[in-house]
Design a protein around this ligand. Structure first.
Ligand code: ADP
Ligand code: MG
Length: 542
């Protein structure tokens, strides 16, 4: 029998992570748990490996299987690609065995063309939403599939906002977005030389190939190298029915953690934006609201979400990091995974889960990534020096630890200055996946925009690098390498100190001190002593 390369979400489960990728396996698991997951299918990591073996081609056998599953998906959802009654719109999402946030590509709202946009606009009576979907799709498809840079489209959006005298994307009207969609298509044609594809199946195959291809992009390769993820694993591709968070003020999208990923405190943490889609929350386009606000805005949805958080924690026995979307007051779960956390949070969560009877001490010890503990041994500001220091700003405590260094404004400069033996603090409006090497070179990262789940915050926590995000008090002038904060102009090379545990930003240099093994750290180390089989002897030359 030939190999199976495609699985419906309802055919998979969490143990199939190697084959379906983490995202696909967990979408399947959530489906089996009866949670509200937009349905779809997963193309396996083996199909990706095969794509590379076949010289970056999807072979006929796999192609036929994908087509068969499109048919099954149409049956399950009751919608059809390109249909003028009930069109199917999907996302095409990457998903490797190990989570690689933001490293590979996702395309949303696929299946749209001029005719379909008009259908959904008319059926929903929500023209703004329809055109917002379409312009986003053209943008993402052009960027991810055809590699026309994002910036060309962002420039067009900025120009449109300027012309209309508005500052936020959500202030653009249906007519503005319709005009943008047509400008985007013209831009596409100018860059690529042919018209933007209108056939949904052609769009889909283009997107699937692009996700396979994105496994080999430079930023994914750097991330893999740093996180010991083998190239041979490949990524799965998830094709999932869209849930729309951009339908107006009764819709929204967000991300949440069942416990605080910075401190480990048992408290639902997260951020969301109303009338928004996908990356809007993490990209720092607008500053999101804390999840607790949802209890006020949509109490029923909030209650349902809290219930789902309990279900997921009880099921996975670990803190979960989730993505959700609310489409006109209906909640959809789009992702869950064991959440990345700081070393401090990892210790607290492991101890709490033992105390709550959810895991054993042995499991608690094996939950801790020893590489992470290193961050606890990082310097903190000397309390005495700190007493005398007065913060010039307070922003989000995105990734703990203290950092002091000279200001640089770009990832390239961070790398170059580090190579020259200097300690730097990277200050950016917001970071993007291209900045990853510069972020590694910095002592700390300070961003003007973005929340606790912004790219900078997530990546810094993963690296154990101190990060303060969303420091909107900074008036940034990246081009001229300077910014104004609390009435002072800071230039490249000036000293700045930031505390990722409190979110404080200080002028000048502050001395740092080392940390000690106490509290939960001590508890876990004592349990580790109970179970360990090896002893390590070290000696230090004096
Ligand atoms: P990443 O791995 O970078 O997080 P994702 O595949 O999770 O990428 O998708 C990027 C964004 O798009 C996320 O915010 C996700 O929630 C959103 N998204 C993906 N698929 C859908 C869908 N079917 N409906 C609505 N939003 C989606
Ligand atoms: Mg995601």
């Amino acid at each position: 029998m030939s190999k199976k390369y495609v699985y419906l979400f309802r055919e998979g489960n969490a143990s199939m992570r190697n084959l379906l990728g983490g995202k696909g396996a967990n979408l399947a698991e959530m489906t089996n748990l009866g949670l509200p997951v937009p349905q779809g299918f997963t193309i396996t990591t083996e199909a990706c490996t095969q794509y590379y073996e076949d010289g970056r081609q999807i072979n006929d056998e796999i192609m036929a299987e994908i087509m068969e599953y499109i048919g099954k998906m149409e049956e399950i959802t009751g919608k059809k690609f390109g249909d003028l009654e009930n069109p199917l719109l999907v996302s095409v999402r990457s998903g490797a065995r190990a989570s690689m946030p933001g490293m590979m590509d996702t395309i949303l709202n696929l299946g749209l063309n001029e005719e379909v946009v008009n259908v959904i606009a008319k059926k929903s009576g929500n023209e703004r939403w329809a055109w917002d979907c379409y312009r986003r799709f053209i943008q993402m498809y052009s960027d991810v599939v055809m590699e026309v840079g994002k910036k060309y489209f962002e420039q067009l959006i900025d120009k449109m906002k300027e012309e209309k005298g508005v500052t936020q994307d959500i202030e653009l009207t249906a007519a503005d977005l319709r005009e943008l969609a047509s400008q985007f298509k013209a831009e596409y044609k100018a860059k690529i030389g042919v018209d933007f594809p209108t056939d949904p199946k052609e769009q889909l195959m283009g997107a699937i190939k692009a996700v396979f291809r994105s496994w080999d992009n430079p930023r994914a390769n750097v991330y893999r190298r740093d996180n010991d993820i083998p190239y041979s694993w490949g990524t799965a591709v998830n094709v999932q029915m869209m849930a729309f968070g951009n339908m107006g003020e009764t819709s929204g999208t967000g991300v949440a953690f069942t416990r605080d990923p910075a401190t480990g405190e048992k408290k639902l943490m997260g951020e969301f934006l109303m009338n928004a889609q996908g990356e809007d929350v993490v990209a720092g386009v607008r500053t999101p609201m804390p999840i607790s606000k949802m209890a006020e805005i949509m109490p029923e949805v909030y209650e349902q979400f809290v219930g789902i958080c309990h279900t997921l924690e009880n099921h996975y026995h670990d803190m979960q990091d989730m993505e959700f979307t609310i489409e006109d007051r209906k909640l959809y779960m789009l992702q869950t995974r064991n959440g990345k956390r700081t070393a401090k949070a990892a210790l607290k969560i492991a101890c709490d889960l033992v105390d709550e009877g959810m895991i054993t001490k042995e499991q608690a010890v094996s939950m801790i990534d020893p590489r992470n503990l290193d961050t606890l041994l990082h310097p903190q500001f000397d309390p005495k020096a700190l007493k005398a220091a007065k913060p010039v700003a307070k922003a989000l405590a995105a990734s703990p630890g203290a950092a002091c260094g000279q200001i640089v404004f770009s990832a390239e400069d961070a790398k170059a200055w580090k190579a020259a033996g200097k300690k730097v603090v990277l200050v950016r409006l917001e970071t993007s996946p291209e900045d990853i090497e510069g972020m590694k070179a910095a002592q700390g990262i300070l961003t003007v925009r973005g929340g606790m789940t912004s790219h900078a915050a997530v990546v810094a926590r993963g690296m154990g690098t101190c990060c303060v995000s969303g420091c909107s008090a900074i008036a940034m002038d990246e081009e001229n390498k300077k910014f104004v904060l609390a009435g002072k102009t800071y230039h490249e090379g000036d000293y700045l100190s930031i505390d990722g545990s409190t979110g404080n930003v200080y002028d000048g240099k502050i001395d740092t001190v080392d940390a000690a093994i106490v509290g939960e750290f001590g508890r876990i180390m004592a349990w580790a002593d109970e179970f360990r089989k090896l002893q390590v002897r070290t000696c230090r030359q004096i």
